[in-house]
Design a binder for this molecule. Structure first.
Ligand code: ADP
Length: 447
């Protein structure tokens, strides 16, 4: 696994990197801007000193009209003070005066190159001489200029250091506020993975994503708890479903062998009934195993929904009559859906069978109709109803509301689990409405 760093460390590294990069960039920009201003300022000063030298020559020529006895020592000394040297020639190139023989390298810095500018010396519109003024680049900064530049560089450096020092505690606080709840959530998730589902999760974080994550983990914890509960119940329910008929068969057979019970048709029929119960349980288990297996894909074909419902309802006519229940059918014609016919029949059968089994008096209404969401099958009864808590579990395998697992109402608690698996495999939606004591409604929307 790739070595990973804690949020806090990543934050600090990231912050230091961003801070250093932005500060370096900022200081480069500032430095360039200041250098440019300085350069402009120095070159303006230099230009005025050049102007002064040129003017000296123009004034001299205006006065003497010739360069014959020109003595450039005085202006040469003045120019040297501003680190400038010059050479003056007449328009034909003949040397008048030069101070460039005395040039001394300004320093040992090879970057400081000697740089020359050429200017004309004008008199009444004609050129009286040509003057070359030169100086060493970068040596035009005075010691005060250099000190000023250095103090600005220090200023930038110090402000960078102060900014970093001030921001670091703030950053550590923010990163701790982020990493602490995540660390706690990780510890809670570790506990959960070791089977401790009673861990307490802190869901109040100032960071929206973290409280969202805590909510999700808590949701996961609750559903694992529920699964755990159901798993325990499932084991006891299965053993109950198997034990009851097997005990009855065993007792009956032992009684008959010992001569305590008469070996007659009635006894044998009762044994047979229990055997049938076991066979039907195994059939149900086979059905759910089939639809539950990962590779179950329904082989769908266009199917007439109302015709399929009518066919199933007809088989229940006798059962409803025997219980004195009214079965009302309200089936819209020509509703064609895409379904595996056997599985559709199984679904409708399980729902009608439950309505008939659990309703003691009143009516069971079965409807089919088209809705904007798709074709609908709906079954409503006037039975005992299902509480909200039980409603969350009735689609689980072997779940029965009657905890006594009364044998009068038959089923092993697999009917609705089969319905759910078939619906999921087809992409159908199941909706339920029920209130304890007021009957139940199951609706399947064929999308
Ligand atoms: P069973 O084989 O017991 O019918 P199901 O999976 O079909 O199993 O149903 C699970 C439980 O849901 C039933 O035991 C019953 O308690 C409850 N139930 C299902 N349908 C109805 C209904 N129409 N009215 C009341 N309770 C119902």
């Amino acid at each position: 696994m790739k070595a990973s760093l804690s949020i806090k460390k990543q934050f600090v590294i990231f912050f230091l990197f961003v801070a250093a990069a932005s500060l370096i960039l900022l200081s480069l920009i500032l430095r360039t801007a200041i250098e440019k201003c300085f350069h402009d300022y120095v070159w303006t000063a230099q230009a005025s000193s050049h102007g002064m030298i040129i003017k000296y020559f123009e004034d001299y020529y205006a006065k003497h009209k010739s360069w014959k006895n020109f003595d450039g020592r005085e202006i040469g000394d003045t120019a040297k003070k501003s680190e400038s040297y010059f050479t003056v020639t007449d328009p034909h190139g003949k040397l008048i005066w030069t101070t460039e023989n005395d040039i001394e390298p300004c320093c040992l810095n090879p970057e400081h190159k000697y740089w020359r500018d050429i200017y004309p010396v004008m008199y009444e519109g004609t050129m009286a001489a040509r003057i070359n003024i030169g100086q060493f680049t970068d040596h035009i900064y005075s010691p005060e200029d250099i000190a000023f530049r250095r103090s600005i560089a220090y200023g930038i450096g110090i402000s960078l250091a102060v900014t970093l020092l001030m921001a670091l505690p703030l950053l550590l606080t923010v990163s701790s506020r982020l990493s602490r709840p995540i660390r706690e959530l990780k510890n809670a998730a570790d506990e959960m993975s070791h089977g401790n589902l009673s861990v307490k999760l802190e869901k109040n974080s100032s960071v929206k994503e973290i409280s969202g994550l805590a909510e999700s983990i808590d949701h996961l914890r609750k559903s694992l708890l529920k699964q755990e509960e159901l798993r325990k119940q499932l084991t006891s329910n299965i053993s109950h479903e198997l034990r009851t008929p097997l005990n009855i068969i065993q007792n009956q057979l032992e009684g008959m062998i010992d001569g305590v019970l008469p070996l007659d048709k009635e006894r044998l029929e009762s044994v047979l009934q229990e055997m049938e119960r076991l066979v039907s349980l195994i059939r149900e288990v086979e059905k759910i195993t089939e639809v539950e297996s990962g590779d179950f894909i329904p082989v769908c074909a266009e199917t007439d929904l109302s015709a399929a419902v009518k066919a199933v309802a007809d088989t229940f006519e006798g059962a409803f009559k025997r219980k004195g229940l009214e079965l009302v059918l309200d089936l819209e014609k020509n509703i064609i859906i895409s379904a595996e016919k056997d599985k559709l029949t199984q679904t409708v059968m399980n729902l009608i069978s439950n309505a008939c089994k659990f309703t003691e008096k009143g009516t069971v209404s079965v409807k089919t109709y088209e809705s904007p969401a798709g074709a609908v099958f709906e079954i409503k009864d006037t039975g005992p109803g299902i509480s909200r808590e039980d409603m969350e579990n009735i689609f689980e395998r072997f779940y029965r509301v009657e905890k006594s697992r009364s044998r009068d109402t038959g089923g092993a608690g697999l009917g609705l689990a089969i319905v759910k698996k078939i619906a999921d495999a087809h992409g159908w939606k199941i909706e339920t409405e029920s209130e304890k004591g007021k009957g139940s409604l199951f609706r399947i929307i064929f999308r």
